[in-house]
Design a binder for this molecule. Sequence first.
Ligand code: KG4
Ligand code: ZN
Length: 334
Amino acid sequence: KNDINILGIETSCDETAVAIVKNGREIISNVVASQIESHKRFGGVVPEIASRHHVEQMTIVLEEAISKSKLDWDDIDAVAVTEGPGLVGALLVGVNSAKALAFAKQKPLIGVHHIAGHIYANRLVSEFQFPMLALIVSGGHTELVLMKEHGNYEVIGETRDDAAGEAYDKVARMLKLPYPGGPQIDRLAAMGEETIDFPRAWLEDDSYDFSFSGLKSAVINKIHNAKQRGEQLKDEDIAASFQASVIDVLTKKTVRAAKEFNVKQVIVAGGVAANKALRAELETQFKTLEIPLVIPPLKLCTDNAAMIAAAGAISYEQGKRSGLDLNANASLVL
Ligand code: KG4
Ligand code: ZN
C-alpha cells in the first residue's frame, strides 16, 4: 500500500473535529461538531463548557469519521492532534484521545500546531508553491507567516493585542449582535457606508505586526459620545467603517510582505477569511500583482480536523513523531 492515511483530531476551541486525509491532500472524511449554540447565550466561548462538550462528543465524532471513511484501523498510518495553542482544557481532550488511540492501535503520534493546521487547510485545495506567504486571521490569531519549504514557518508579523476575529466579535457585542459577531458585522457592513474615519494601526514603518485594541476603543468611544450628544449613528455605517479599517491594514501589510519576500503564492486561513469584503479586496490586490491567491472554502477556513491531518501528513513524511508524553500546550509557538 502506497497511500498514507492520517487521522486528525482538533479540540483547541469550540469545535470537536476528527478527519481522515489521504496523502496530505485528499479528504476521506471530515466531521465537525460545533458548540456555537451552547456558548451563544454567554456571548463567547466558555472554556469549562467547551471541555465538557469535547468529552461528550469525541467518541461520537471519531466513530462517524471512521465509518464515513470506509477505512479500518489497518489503513491508518498515524494519529495527528492539535497540541496547541488554544484552551488548555479543550486541548487536553484531543491530546489524550489521540494518545489513547495511538497506544491502543499501535500507531505513530504526531503533535500539530493549530496555525500549521490552518495553513495546511489550503493544501487540500491547491499544492503549495514556495516561498509562500500565509495570512492567518481567526478569533484567536492574526499572523503573517513566511514559508520557504514544507513544515518550516517564519512568523514575520502577529497581533500585539486582540486578534482580528476578536475585534469583530467585540464590536458586534457593542452593537448587540449575537455571537459569533464576525458574520453579523460582515452582513451589516455591506449595507452601510464608511462615514467614520476610524484609526489604522500601522505601527512602525517596517513592522508586519498588527494591533486592533485601539480600533476597538475608538469604536466604543464613538458609540458612547454619539449617544451623549444625541447624534444618530447607523449601525450599518459603524460596521462598514470598522471593517474598512481592519481590511485596509490586513490587506496592505500582506501586499507589502508578499512583495518584499518575492513570494510565489499567498494563502489566507482562519475564520475571518470568510469575510466577503476582505476576500474581495485581497483578490483585487493580488490580481493586479499577478501573485496567485488561495482562500479555502468556508468549511476549511474555520476550525476542522482535516487541516490537522494535512499538516500531520507533512510531519509524518519528514519523520517527525511525538512521544506518548505529548502534552497540551496553551501557548505553543509555531
Ligand atoms: O478560525 P475560527 O473558526 O476559530 C478560531 O480558531 O478562532 O475563527 C472564528 C472567528 C470568529 O471571531 C468569527 O467572528 C470570525 O472568525 N468570523 C468572521 C466571519 N466569519 C467568521 N469575521 C468576519 N467576517 C466573517 N464573515
Ligand atoms: Zn482556528
